[in-house]
Design a protein around this ligand. Structure first.
Ligand code: PGA
Ligand code: MG
Length: 223
């Protein structure tokens, strides 16, 4: 059987040393049900990945801030608050996201990605002064609106795809996947998942990174 998929990118589709694991290309291209890439990465990245994978543009980007499904674009979140936090970081002597040229935020439309070298407590206080929250993807801290997450993005994608979130299988690795895991019918955490993701998943794969994804896909396809 096939089920719609919500698939995290970093730490899940990638190799341990970074870069998409090419063993996923074939199975994802051939997957019969919709595949939605759900990521903290800025909007341009998952759209490009869909293009190069050769699958329809179905994307939850910026931790739910931007959703694109088959030509329908939804933008949520508080871009103004994110910009103010970036400005305050700069004033405090930190990079306003990442060091320049900051490719993590250059094409970002809603939240802010911040290097994990910035002290977490400091960033958390700053975010909360601006009504925002932070989530750790394991690759970056994301300053985002508390009302936006990969789960809110999935609900929007479900409306557009005419599917129920319960029909979806999610696969991910980090705290920024936790709400998504709660929203879907079945959630897989890959073996390298952080504590939050592992605790909120229904299943923990034996394999790490893309090995875990392939394991989950085999299990779902065999049902
Ligand atoms: O952009 C990041 O920090 C990681 O994004 P992810 O949600 O694809 O793991
Ligand atoms: Mg991830």
């Amino acid at each position: 059987m096939s089920r719609p998929l919500a698939l995290d990118i970093d730490g899940t589709m990638t190799r341990p040393d970074g870069g998409i694991d090419e063993r996923l290309f074939g199975p994802l291209r051939e997957w019969e049900e919709p595949v939605v890439l759900a990521t903290g990465k800025s909007f341009a990245y998952p759209v490009a990945l869909c293009t190069f994978l050769g699958v329809p543009e179905r994307v939850i980007a910026e931790n739910g801030g931007v959703v694109l499904v088959d030509g329908d674009l939804t933008v949520a979140g508080d871009a103004t608050a994110a910009r103010r936090v970036a400005e305050r970081l700069r004033e405090a002597g930190y990079p306003p996201g990442w060091p320049e040229p900051d490719m993590h935020n250059r094409w970002r439309e809603t939240e802010l990605s911040v290097t994990r070298s910035v002290p977490r407590d400091f960033l958390e206080d700053l975010a909360s002064e601006h009504g925002q929250t932070i989530v750790d993807s394991g690759y970056a801290y994301h300053v985002k609106s508390p009302s936006v997450s990969k789960a809110t993005g999935l609900r929007r994608a479900c409306d557009l795809l005419d599917r129920d979130p319960d029909a979806f299988v999610a696969i991910g690795d980090s705290a920024n996947d936790a709400e998504l895991f709660d929203a879907v019918g079945r959630a897989y955490a890959v073996a390298n998942a952080d504590e939050t993701a592992a605790a909120r998943a229904d299943v923990r794969t034996e394999g790490a990174f893309a090995d875990g994804v392939l394991e989950a896909l085999d299990e779902v396809a065999a049902e």
